[in-house]
Design a protein around this ligand. Structure first.
Ligand code: KIV
Length: 261
């Protein structure tokens, strides 16, 4: 199996080959996803909800992220590992540089992800100039849950769609190596994907992104009663967990997941 690098992900985008991504938080699942052919494993701050049992991601700390990043990166041989920068850990360039360094040097991540709009353009630029690969997460940004008053689709009005598109372009120009679009209309995700040279991964953003990501627990139907509309339980029709993950990889690669609806 080939090691997944940024260069390979860019080549996959150029070839039109879909990129299959999932979250993981521990070594056992990370090894399973790695062996199943998942291209990108995200150590998401969703761990605040699915591992720690909170109602949002905002309580996740750098210590939590470093610990779970180490658990995951120690078990991965081929997939690219991305770690989330938690809430309020990238409010200025100095803080972002120090925390990204820890996720890469101590946590073993190969890329960091941060929730971004226009304010984060200069931070992405500095990280990139210093050699830190960055994924910019746009659209629904779960760390803004208390500002938003809940989890809602973003970019639905013409004005917010234009702003999101412009932010995506600015973040790419600042040096972002990947975009993640969460919960935006499929038509907007398609436009951003077609205009971007870098890989664009979607979650609840329609079928036309360069790749897809889901939270592992949603793929396995471990949802504590809350299932996002865009999630799918692949274990419901598979014989075991490795078969469910393999079915997810196949569905993403063959473009049968997600459906337009
Ligand atoms: O933290 C996370 O798991 C994420 C996904 C929702 C993509 O950012």
């Amino acid at each position: 199996m080939e090691n997944v690098t940024l260069k390979l992900l860019q080549a996959m985008k150029a070839r039109g080959e879909k990129i299959a991504c999932l979250t993981a938080y521990d070594a056992s699942f990370a090894a399973l996803l790695d062996q199943a052919g998942i291209d990108v494993i995200l150590v998401g701050d969703s761990l605040g909800m699915v591992v720690q049992g909170h109602t949002s991601t905002v309580s996740v700390t750098m210590d939590d992220m470093i610990y779970h990043s180490q658990c995951v990166s120690s078990a991965v041989e081929h997939s690219l590992v991305i770690s989330d920068m938690p809430f309020m850990t990238y409010t200025n360039v100095e803080q972002a540089l120090a925390n990204a360094t820890d996720l890469i040097q101590i946590g073993g991540a190969q890329m960091v992800k941060l929730e971004a709009s226009a304010r984060q353009v200069s931070i992405v630029h500095e990280l990139s100039e210093c050699g830190v690969p960055v994924c910019a997460h746009l659209g629904l940004r779960p760390q803004y849950v208390h500002k938003l008053g809940g989890y809602f689709m973003q970019g639905a009005s013409e004005e917010s769609a234009e702003e999101l598109f412009s932010n995506a372009m600015s973040l790419q120009a600042a040096g972002a190596d990947m975009l993640l679009l969460e919960c935006i209309p499929g038509s907007l995700a398609r436009k951003i994907t077609h205009h971007c040279a870098i890989p664009v991964i979607g979650i609840g953003a329609g079928p036309e992104c360069d790749g897809q990501i889901l939270v592992l627990h949603d793929v396995l139907g471990v949802t504590r009663g809350i299932t996002p509309k865009f999630a799918k339980n692949f274990l419901a029709v598979a014989k075991d967990i490795p078969a469910a993950v393999a079915a997810y990889v196949d569905a993403v690669k063959s473009s049968s997941f997600p459906a337009d609806a």
